[in-house]
Design a protein around this ligand. Structure first.
Ligand code: ADP
Ligand code: NA
Length: 300
């Protein structure tokens, strides 16, 4: 187990999709085995700068908490909490103008003296802000914050099933483009059957020339934990139509236990609230001495 502390956050924007799972959440789960101190935050504060339906936000937080637990985030091994619950326990609230995503993310990373931050390549700039702030603070007020470094997830981006030139995303208006963790086996089969391929029937891996088929191959490899070459070799002799059935089956096998667990957890909101409340309490106890030290050095 590595020393140091891992921190990452995810916005409560509804049920995660297959791209979120393979690109981020799956590695969040694995990180619990490798690091002794791990914090995962449902980052809901940025959304107070935008008009928000509070019931919808509440629902989205429940969905995200249930999804993270169902994916394998274990509250006995990592601190799972809701950012606003933790921050509202602190006396000095920042001004609403500070509640922008990159600033809050940097503040959160430092607040827990995090040393590792799992990020996708698209989020490295956000981490640079936290690194700069740590350096600036340490120079001015004496060494306090470790400079956090990135844990880069190496997974290839999952592409939209309908437009393999763009990434799979929750905000894709095409309803068949995105597989959500709560999709039923029928939903998954239906969506994968309608995934865009091309006019060649054999299965190959050529992300540039055949992005639709390559996307299916890399999804297949990712959900089964196999290498891309092995998946292609095993698909030898199948046409893309038959291959879609194989891929759909593999995705269903991987996601169905997660879907059922999300259902089960969502039926017990009290339990979810309790997990989040306990998480906030643990996060607070880590942050409080850091904040105290910051106040002492800065003099407020
Ligand atoms: P979205 O793009 O659907 O809005 P987010 O921006 O909330 O998703 O991303 C949450 C996490 O999931 C990030 O770590 C991001 O890198 C990862 N992620 C999002 N979409 C994909 C994808 N299509 N493939 C792989 N990882 C993804
Ligand atoms: Na995004």
């Amino acid at each position: 187990c590595h020393e140091g502390r891992v921190f990452s956050g995810i916005q409560p924007t509804g049920i995660p999709h297959l791209g979120n799972y393979l690109g981020a959440l799956e590695s969040w789960v694995a990180i619990q085995d490798d690091y002794s101190s791990v914090l995962y935050s449902i980052v809901d504060l940025h959304s107070i700068t935008q008009p928000q339906n509070s019931e919808l936000l509440r629902n989205n937080i429940v969905d995200m908490a249930a999804s993270l637990l169902a994916c394998g985030i274990d509250p006995t091994r990592s601190i799972l909490f809701q950012q606003s619950l933790m921050k509202s326990m602190q006396k000095n609230e920042g001004s609403v103008g500070l509640y922008t995503y990159p600033v809050l993310q940097a503040a959160d990373i430092l607040l827990y003296k995090s040393t590792y931050v799992p990020v996708g390549e698209d989020q490295i700039q956000h981490l640079e802000l936290a690194q700069d702030l740590a350096r600036i603070f340490n120079n001015k007020y004496g060494e306090l914050f470790p400079e956090p470094c990135a844990l880069l997830s190496s997974t290839r981006k999952v592409k939209s099933l309908r437009d393999p030139a763009s990434k799979m995303s929750k905000s894709d208006p095409q309803t068949l483009a995105t597989i959500f963790l709560t999709d039923t086996p029928d939903d998954i089969v239906f969506k994968i059957r309608r995934a865009v391929t091309d006019f060649t029937s054999e299965v190959t891996f050529d992300p540039v020339g055949r992005p639709g088929v390559a996307n299916l191959v890399s999804i297949h490899a990712a959900v089964t934990g196999q290498a891309v070459e092995d998946v292609v070799r095993l698909a030898n002799g199948l046409d893309t139509g038959k291959y879609k059935t194989v891929v759909a089956e593999a995705v269903v096998q991987r996601l169905e236990p997660i879907r059922q667990e999300i259902q089960r957890l969502k039926a017990d909101k009290c339990h979810l609230e309790k997990v989040l409340a306990e998480g906030a309490e643990k996060a607070r106890s880590l942050a409080a001495p850091v904040m105290q030290e910051v106040r002492k050095r800065v003099g407020f």
